[in-house]
Ligand binder design. Structure first.
Ligand code: AMP
Length: 475
């Protein structure tokens, strides 16, 4: 049989798909490598991708954020609640929603040793609602106002400002359906940013009740139907499974189509409209500037009525991941979890993003107050006395630093200089035997010998005269 002659194929047609395939393969390999720790076959352990250590030098900013959150929470009478990190996975499937990115793609789900499907929490509102039901909080005076702070987990694609473990501080108010609750939560959030010195804007929208949303979604789907072929695969899927999500698509073609798309605000029933108008009026009353964003829907199924986000106002540079927090009303959530119908509203702030914004502004408070006293020792006997002395200073509220690892006086004085302390206490063999101690003024270099028993009081007095705010007053 004669060999069939192959038709010559234009090289471009063959090469292009091959090149694409190679690029795709390389990208996948790179991603896999990154997932496995940068492809390094190191003997030390790498961090998992999307996870990070918060180092001591970053703790000043973190403390500032945590302290601000706590003090504002307390001043608005929110009570702290600590919720478990691990929950039954169906808690999130049922509330956040099966067709959401979080549940569909990002949740860390596994079977525990008792053969139960569990999940690392991707958010904590569902847990707070579960706690409200399981502890019978409906019988307490309403609203029940709770706040929390802790890590959340989402297996999303990591990038700047987006991690797989990240911290949220959240505020939830259960039991009252009045628009003033929504407004007060927004005011509370705005207050946190004001105190931190961050410039934010509030974006706000209403997605009404599930009933009025139904008619809107039908309209939205039929608006997009003739344009289906212009949509990305992701958006096609959204349109089919969870059409509301198409509103927060980032695809250019979809964004263009969205300009003419029906807007949910036009489909709200009278009660929903009234609720929303009142929230806006309250915000105007307290002069919280807001921007209506008809495309803001938030990605979770449990929201009703008001939804909002706190967005960082940036002059220039990196505008990615500028949402510092968000939330909304969730009137159906408690009932969805089997509780008696109870309204609720809340929001969560992303702490990494807030810390990042503070960093960009050059805010970096010290992790703890700078010590003013250094303790230098020469020999074991001095170390022993020093250990006791250290306790006395601590009890008197005067922080003292030391360099127990160094034994030569020169090295210890260098360390004291580097730390910028005001006084150094020097204890050698002779002083131990005499029951004395040397106090050196680091600025003038002047040294005095004194009774070791009186040193705490004398140091306190010296510090108080020079820097009255640094030390508690001498009794
Ligand atoms: P969400 O309810 O998903 O909008 O989350 C509330 C806030 O948490 C967001 O506005 C972000 O500031 C923060 N956040 C959400 N996901 C992440 C993530 N993967 N990494 C860091 N921060 C996040």
């Amino acid at each position: 049989m004669p060999l069939k002659k192959e038709k010559p194929v234009p090289p471009k047609k063959i090469i292009k798909p091959v090149v694409e395939k190679v690029v795709e393969k390389k990208e996948k390999e790179k991603e896999k490598e990154e997932e496995e720790g940068g492809g390094k076959s190191s003997k030390t352990f790498e961090l998992l991708r999307g996870f990070r250590d918060i180092l001591p030098e970053e703790q000043g900013r973190w403390n500032l954020v945590r302290d601000t959150v706590r003090s504002i929470a307390e001043s608005y009478s929110f009570d702290r609640i600590d919720l478990p990190i691990l929950e039954r996975s169906d808690l999130f499937q049922k509330t956040v929603g099966k067709a959401t990115d979080i549940v569909e793609k990002e949740m860390y789900v596994f079977t525990d040793p008792s053969n139960r499907s569990v999940a690392l929490r991707p958010e904590a509102t569902a847990s707070a609602a579960r706690a409200y039901i399981s502890h019978g909080m409906l019988d307490r005076p309403q609203p029940v106002k709770m706040w929390y702070v802790g890590p959340m987990f989402r297996h999303d694609r990591p990038q700047a400002g987006r991690y797989r473990q990240f911290y949220q501080a959240g505020f939830e108010s259960f039991g009252v359906d009045e628009p003033i609750v929504d407004a007060q939560l927004i005011v509370l959030g705005a207050q946190i940013f004001r105190e931190l010195g961050l410039d934010i804007k509030v974006e706000i929208n209403s997605i009404g009740t599930p009933e009025c949303r139904q008619a809107y979604l039908a309209e939205l789907s039929s608006y997009f139907r003739p344009h289906r072929n212009k949509l990305s695969e992701d958006d096609k899927r959204r349109l089919q499974k969870n059409p509301l999500r198409i509103l927060d698509s980032k695809e250019e073609a979809t964004l263009e189509l969205l300009q003419e798309a029906p807007q949910i605000l036009d489909w709200l029933d009278d009660k929903s409209k009234e609720h929303f108008m009142k929230v806006l009026e309250f915000l105007e009353e307290v002069e919280i500037p807001y921007v209506l964003n008809p495309h803001l829907v938030r990605g979770l199924d449990y929201y009703t009525h008001t939804v909002f986000e706190f967005v960082l106002v940036q002059d220039e540079g990196d505008k990615s991941q500028s949402a510092l927090g968000g939330g909304g009303r969730y009137d159906g959530l408690i009932q969805l979890l089997g509780g008696r119908p109870t309204p609720g509203c809340g929001f969560a702030l992303g702490l990494e993003r807030i810390v990042r914004a503070l960093d960009a502004k050059g805010v970096n408070p010290p992790e703890r107050s700078k010590p003013s006293v250094f303790f230098a020792q020469l020999g074991d006997a001095a170390r022993r006395v020093g250990l006791k002395l250290f306790e006395e200073f601590r009890r008197a509220g005067v922080p003292v630093v030391e360099a127990f690892g160094k034994s030569a006086l020169k090295g210890q004085l260098e360390a004291a200089n580097k730390l910028g302390v005001q006084l150094t206490l020097i204890l050698g063999q002779k002083e131990v035997l005499d029951g004395t101690i040397i106090i050196r003024d680091m600025e003038s270099g002047a040294q005095e010998i004194m009774d070791v028993k009186k040193v705490v009081q004398i140091v306190k007095k010296k510090l108080h005269t020079d820097h009255p705010s640094d030390v508690p007053a001498v009794e």
